[in-house]
Design a protein. Structure first.
Length: 232
């Protein structure tokens, strides 16, 4: 089966404008691919660029050069050179992303935070909220918290809201940046089950997971990012 995501010699550095324009290299020559139903886990010591690679795929960081090819609905897009409007469309329809931290919107309830991606796809509000509630329940968020803004939640509760929001839509590609880092064993097991279900649906997943047990449970392949790391 052909890959739906392919990185080809992708490079990234940062320019430190407050330090005289010094360039700080991060990764170079990043190359791997992901097929439908496959979970590729990025591994390596802290600081080797794992999260930066996810952000390059998501379009939050621009590559210096190289290609990031995304294939969906008979269309191939090079995210490394795509226009911002195209990247926004891909985030809406193609690429899901679960970051380490929930960017909680003040006064918006947990239920509506989770339901929002479905509403953006014209799902009826009642249906979107029902599906959001079912996902929150699966992730052990008590119903009494559903109508409270998650900015007031604990770190683990916020992360579970974040996971619910990221896993609810049906996206062909899913990026996971340490989704289980703040979770207890029970909820880590739930996330592993959610990942397995996505794989069965044919979703291509790129994940970062430092927990050895989680990595062993979800990974079809492991890519050692340290071989792409560049010393400053």
């Amino acid at each position: 089966m052909a890959p739906v995501l392919e990185l080809v010699q992708a490079n990234k550095s940062f320019t430190m404008h407050l330090q005289g324009g010094v360039r700080l290299p991060v990764v170079a020559g990043v190359a791997f691919s992901v097929r439908p139903g496959e979970c590729v886990v990025l591994a390596g010591p802290s600081g080797t660029g794992k999260s930066s690679i996810l952000k390059m795929i998501f379009g939050s960081y621009r590559c210096d050069d190289g290609r990031i090819l995304l294939r969906h609905a008979d269309t191939t897009t090079d995210i490394a050179s795509a226009e911002p409007r195209r990247i926004l469309a891909l985030r809406r329809d193609t690429i899901g992303y679960v970051s380490q931290f929930l960017r909680a919107v003040p006064r918006v309830t947990a239920l509506d935070v989770v339901a929002e991606p479905l509403l953006a796809h014209q799902v009826a509000r009642d249906d979107a909220r029902a599906r959001a509630g079912a996902m929150l329940q699966r992730l052990n968020i008590p119903e009494r918290l559903w109508r409270i803004p998650p900015a007031t939640f604990s770190g683990g509760e916020q992360q579970r809201v974040n996971i619910a929001r990221g896993f609810l839509p049906d996206m062909p590609i899913l990026l996971l940046d340490e989704p289980t880092a703040s979770l207890d064993a029970e909820n880590r097991a739930v996330v592993v089950e959610l990942i397995a279900a996505k794989k069965k649906q044919g979703v291509a997943i790129v994940a970062i997971a430092h927990d050895d047990d989680v990595r062993a449970a979800i990974a079809d392949r492991i890519v050692d990012v340290s071989k792409f790391a560049v010393a400053a």
